[in-house]
Design a protein around this ligand. Structure first.
Ligand code: NAD
Ligand code: ZN
Length: 244
């Protein structure tokens, strides 16, 4: 295990462009459950009822109530030592960007500046009819489904639900970072949600060294990972940052 940390630290010391890809696992220790697994949210809230765009259009009130609850969780919690370690690596000029699948804003709250939100965020509302958007105060979310101030259409949180496309700007920025990076740190992501799960494979094809932080092996571990740092990200990332 210390061999993996040494290899990872060595790769980061010589990297010219290190990038991180983060998933729900990095925020678990902040108190935000991931979606999969025994304690995951999907056990209680099946994704086909709460996280698809069709479910929202069919029953907006039910899905809005679910996202309102998630937003309250985010407002009550904050970044942990793993988010802070990545922010510190960026401040030291080692990490150039984070591509996150998370919608919780904890990277920005930890001080990271270049953050690509691959699956959107809960701090904006967008109209499904005319595309108008407006900021959403997650500490004071309305109880009822919001209507568009321009056309009265249905507004939805600007998160990417199943059945929706990744925003083109996030795709373009991610492409840039994944093709440029020579080290990719993959943190707390299960390798099951596409197209995000394809990113480590693309980085590897471009010659990047892949560091993976997870509590258990994933589909990446035996295929693309060069250094597997097993354990809770709030412990492994600060340890790694301390070695660089
Ligand atoms: P996932 O739920 O599919 O997988 C989470 C991964 O994190 C698993 O591989 C698990 O082993 C690992 N993990 C759990 N605890 C960890 C810890 N303490 N340290 C390191 N790793 C840990 O998550 P996903 O692959 O990111 O996909 C689910 C989708 O839902 C993504 O878009 C995700 O961002 C989103 N989501 C976001 C939030 C959030 O914004 N905080 C929360 C839940 C889900
Ligand atoms: Zn509208």
């Amino acid at each position: 295990m210390s061999g993996a940390f040494d290899k990872a630290a060595q790769a980061l010391r010589t990297a010219s462009c290190a990038v991180a890809l983060t998933g729900a696992g990095i925020s678990v220790e902040s108190g935000i459950p991931s979606f999969r697994g025994d304690s995951g949210l999907w056990r209680k809230y099946p994704p086909e009822e709460y996280a698809t765009i069709d479910a929202y259009i069919e029953n907006p009130a039910r899905v809005w109530a679910f996202w309102r609850e998630r937003a309250h969780d985010f407002a009550d919690c904050g970044p942990n030592a793993a988010h802070k370690a990545l922010a510190g690596l960026e401040q030291r000029g080692i990490l150039k960007a984070i591509v996150t699948q998370n919608i919780d804003h904890f990277h920005q709250q930890a001080g990271s500046r270049t953050v690509v939100e691959y699956h959107g965020n809960v701090h904006n509302l967008r109209c499904l009819d005319c595309g108008a958007d407006e900021p959403l105060d997650i500490e004071n979310m309305p109880a009822n489904v919001p209507r568009c101030p321009v056309c009265r259409g249905l507004m939805k949180p600007d998160v990417v639900m199943f059945g929706e496309l990744i925003p083109t700007s996030a795709l373009a920025e991610t492409d840039k970072w994944v093709s440029q990076c020579d080290v990719l740190i993959v943190v707390g992501t299960s390798a099951q949600v596409f197209p995000a799960a394809a990113l480590p494979y693309r980085a590897k094809e471009n010659g990047a060294f892949i560091i993976e932080c997870n509590v258990e092996p994933t589909g990446f571990t035996r295929t693309v990972t060069d250094a597997f740092l097993e354990g809770r990200a709030a412990a492994t990332l600060p340890r790694l940052a301390g070695l660089v």
